[in-house]
Write a new protein. Sequence first.
Length: 446
Amino acid sequence: MGSSRRIAVLGSGYVGLTVAAGLAFMRHEVVCSDIAESKIDQLSSGIVSIVEDGLTELVLEMVAKGRLKFTSSNLEAVSDAEFVFLCLPTPQGRDGSPDLSATIAVAREIGPHLARNSIVINKSTVPVGTAHKVRDIMNRPDVDVVSNPEFLSEGSAVLDFLQPDRIVIGSDSRENGLRVAELYGDPTDHKCIVTDTLSAELIKYACNAYLATRLTFINTIAELCEAVGADIRTVAAGMGTDHRIGTAFLNSGPGWGGSCFPKDTEALIHMAETVGCDIALVKTVIRANAGHTERIVEKVAAAVGGNVAGKVVAVWGLAFKAGTNDLRNSPAVKIVTSLQERGATVRAYDPAIEKDSLDGVELVHFKEDACVGADVLLVATEWPDFSLVDLATIGELMSHRSIVDARNVIEVEDALNAGFDYVGVGVGRSNTIRLLNLEAGEGGAQ
Ligand code: UGA
């Protein structure tokens, strides 16, 4: 572990708060700021409103140890900081490009007040060239701006921060790149990649666009599986054993969503267009992804006889994935909205969402309550306990025993044994599933 440094983290969203608490865990003295006073008031009284595994505990522990403090003043946070992390929102602007107004405003605000020879580190996902832009705005020749993109998945952000695959640092000065690398411990002990600033900024976009493309690919193969009677789980397992491919990010589902992939793929296209490149592949991926979400709506309609008007649809899961309460660009929400537009009544349950957050959707507190009198059950988010339910009991509550499993989390045999019609994503048109038991060395159809 390197020596303790004074660090300011500007922004207290799930990225900023995870970075702040994680750096405090690494024994640095951290001050985290946010212009939203209500957030800072909550955090100062020990309330963490973000659903993020392990974050509340880590924040409370670091506050108790005196290594993490909060303030609503950016200037107070940066006043004697040696390193300033920018973890600011970069929402999608109207033309698809990220809206950098928060980053620009903060750069203007803090520029004159930064400590001598401090380093500003950009964690937010920002277009290539932003570090240079921030440097120009701050107009402080003694202050460097370094890119250090985050690779924190919602739901596992703390673990991703503390045990990263690698840490990417983009710095045009080798010395400052190393100073930032040392914040994470001895650079020779951990997986730090120091690159030039522009490349680091692009690595982030390239990763998210690649992962989105990979998911669209697997969802496309899932579609083909349904048509030919193959099973996507078997196909994905078979693909994943090729070490060049690997097993991660091959779960077929209702299309990708969330606060990052949709925004970042659009931003990449926009960025490429401004320099005369047409990334047709990513455009196709975005289009195909929308089609994969809509296919789930068609599956629900088919499950109730072709028309959802007047039907009751029980929905398990609204968040864009398990482990978070984030509804931004959630495929589940898109499907629910589309079902409502077609005249369905939707009753939903999500373990992380307590308040009615969607117009016209009745949110219930128990998954069983969603199913009472329902014509079909749609599993839209892969919360682990959805696979543990007693389907016979669920079936008794419903008007019709029918499941559309957009996450392939329900055991098909259990569903069939409990008298359900089961439809997954790419699990075969005959409702049977062929599982390849790799560990036991068995193969073939069951
Ligand atoms: C993503 C990246 O994974 C992080 O590395 C990155 O730091 C983050 O964006 C960001 O840019 O801030 P996140 O948006 O939290 O993280 O979610 P993911 O876990 O990547 O999932 C994205 C979408 O893909 C979700 O809708 C999820 O359900 C879907 N997905 C993921 C699948 O359908 N199948 C899979 O096998 C994996």
